[in-house]
Design a protein around this ligand. Sequence first.
Ligand SMILES: [Zn+2]
Length: 114
Amino acid sequence: MVDKKKLRRRPSKVELGETELAIQWLDGEHSRFSLADLRGSCPCAVCCQARGQSEQEMQLPGGELPVLTGGAATATASAREFIYVGRYGIRIEWADGHNTGIYTFESLREQADG
Ligand SMILES: [Zn+2]
């Protein structure tokens, strides 16, 4: 018996391109993820905090445009390589050296399925 639900979240092949990450899943589906989107949604603590801060800045009264500072505004969306993390995800090493975000296959697949 094959557990289809497990296969859904297992990649048979992961390919890193210039602007996107392509995943071939064991259940036969194929997904592509924009590297810019992946970088923008980096799940590591540093990036999550940076995004939280800029959301707060946007809520400042007075209508001033928030000044984007730090990682969020300047983060590169080009990736050097990716490393498998156990069997559940990958870690992407970005061209600027940032590599602490782990993208689980489960969350990638959820994103792909919308
Ligand atoms: Zn990050």
